[in-house]
Design a protein. Structure first.
Length: 124
């Protein structure tokens, strides 16, 4: 965190907005968001409506609507990967492990900042 001449404080994020706001399942939420963004990108690039995507993949149109609206609670990471497969993509994962204590220190600093700004809870 650093102060700028204009009075604003710059806070560098961790790269995971869910972790920055203290969500306990931050890594899962981030993975789902990344996969959903890829699905949306494919639909947009190929000009696929949710109905056309259903016809092409056999995945219910309502699921594509939920993905477009970032309503990802009902989806597992596996399900989102399967949808990408059905859209003709192979998904490769890279997993990086770090000590939880290292991540917790960063999260604690951000949560403390939120509280100092009058935000008691992480947004839902």
């Amino acid at each position: 965190m650093s102060k700028h001449d204009d009075g604003f404080e710059l806070i560098r994020g961790s790269g995971n907005i869910y972790r920055d706001f203290g969500h306990p399942d931050a890594d899962v939420r981030q993975a789902k968001a990344i996969l959903a963004a890829q699905i949306i990108g494919i639909l947009d690039d190929e000009g696929l409506s949710t109905r056309k995507a259903q016809a092409r993949t056999g995945v219910n149109q309502a699921e594509f609507v939920r993905i477009r609206n970032a309503q990802l609670r009902r989806f597992t990471i596996d399900r989102l990967m399967t949808i990408l497969n059905k859209l003709g993509c192979q998904v490769d994962l890279k997993i990086t492990m770090r000590p939880a204590s290292e991540i917790q220190q960063t999260t604690d600093a951000r949560v403390a900042w939120l509280k100092s700004e009058g935000r008691e809870e992480a947004p839902r």
